[in-house]
Design a protein around this ligand. Structure first.
Ligand code: SAH
Length: 347
């Protein structure tokens, strides 16, 4: 089924065959630059508004919304037209507003600590399903400008680059969000990184590293068995050569797994030659992973150790944890209800 933001401008013109080009432009601008619902396209005739409403239904139906952190975090659970569920999160900060979008329904990467990985893979999202998450966030942000987009919701964006990249271009070209304000986060899908290096738009790249030791990383992020650290480093070095953008690494802190001085040393050895910035993320507890997160004091200590090894690291504030709405948990809860079962715990 074709949804509202699936079509390119040319395809929209085809769909509205017989309408003059300026009308097509009005509809396109109305849906994208002005983020309007078809019914609110007041500059086009009513019958055309009705036709668009019918021809281009929305991809997303809001199932649940959770507001946290003094109304600065808005987490939305969406149902797709085939019943699949995805989440997006709008986060307002003092100096920016960021929407975190999903790129797949579920995820096949199977990272042991990740709520989405624990549920498994449903399917890739279409271009329209990705773009519409951003449009919805803009509509929901009530006067505050959505300045940043991060692909850190459900799914592995570089495993769905055929849809993610056209969505990035649309978010940039038609929704008007700067390429430098768009960040793609990957668990380390090397062919995707190589492809990204060839694209023009200078989007940011974040790599979910979590361990700079193959044995540990094989266990917590199984994609490492296919693309081990040495291959990942090679891809990142060539990415850095062609792109003039700073890399960042994400490191979710797990007690006894990746929070020792030795882990910091391995991370520093990996990050320093790439001049990468490290984001330390307090682990969100998930149903399928029993290892606790590193305690806040030890996270500070780990940051200081990294600093002494010459690596810049910041500790990311964890949005939505207080209401169990962090990281894939809205859907995880819903899924348990929908499927009536939980998955066995992993180690
Ligand atoms: N697949 C992509 C993007 C989605 S995950 C990737 O792996 O980067 C976005 C970020 O959230 C990743 O850094 C991921 O490792 C992190 N994450 C997943 N589960 C988490 C958890 N339980 N606690 C903290 N961070 C988590």
């Amino acid at each position: 089924m074709i949804t509202r933001y699936d079509l390119s401008r040319v395809e929209l013109a085809d769909l509205l065959e017989g309408e003059p080009l300026y009308r097509v432009d009005q509809v396109w601008e109305g849906l994208h630059a002005q983020h309007r619902e078809p019914a609110d396209l007041t500059n086009v005739p009513k019958p055309l508004r009705a036709a668009i409403e019918e021809l281009l239904p929305p991809a997303l139906t809001l199932l649940k919304e959770v507001v946290a952190d003094a109304e600065t975090t808005i987490k939305q659970l969406w149902q797709l037209t085939d019943g699949r569920l995805i989440e997006s999160v709008l986060m307002h900060y003092r100096d920016r507003s960021t929407v975190c979008v999903s790129s797949q329904a579920g995820c096949a990467m199977d990272c042991s600590f990740c709520a989405t990985g624990q549920v498994g893979f449903d399917r890739h999202l279409t271009v329209g399903e990705i773009v519409e998450q951003v449009v919805r966030a803009v509509q929901r942000s009530e006067g505050r400008r959505v300045s940043n987009v991060v692909f850190m919701g459900m799914g592995e964006p570089l495993a769905n680059l055929d849809h993610v990249w056209p969505a990035v271009e649309r978010i940039h070209d038609d929704l008007g969000i700067g390429a430098r304000k768009i960040t793609i986060s990957t668990v380390g899908v090397v062919p995707g990184i190589e492809r990204l290096a060839k694209e023009k738009l200078p989007v940011g790249l974040a790599v979910s590293l979590h361990s700079a030791n193959d044995r540990t990383r094989n266990r917590i992020a199984p994609i490492n068995r296919t693309y081990p650290l040495r291959k990942l480093a090679e891809a990142l070095h060539s990415y850095r050569r062609v792109k003039n953008r700073r890399l960042s690494f994400e490191w979710a802190m797990m007690a006894g797994v990746n929070d020792s001085e030795n882990a910091a040393r391995e991370l520093a050895a990996f990050a320093r030659p790439l001049n990468a910035h490290v984001n330390l993320i307090p682990l969100n507890p998930t149903p399928g992973y029993s290892t606790p997160g590193t305690d806040p004091k030890s996270i500070l200590w780990f940051r200081d150790v990294l600093d002494s090894f010459g690596v810049n690291a910041t500790i990311r504030s964890n949005r939505g944890t207080d209401i169990d709405a962090a990281c894939g948990q809205l859907r995880a809860e819903q899924q348990l209800v929908v499927r009536g079962k939980s998955r066995p715990a992993k180690t």
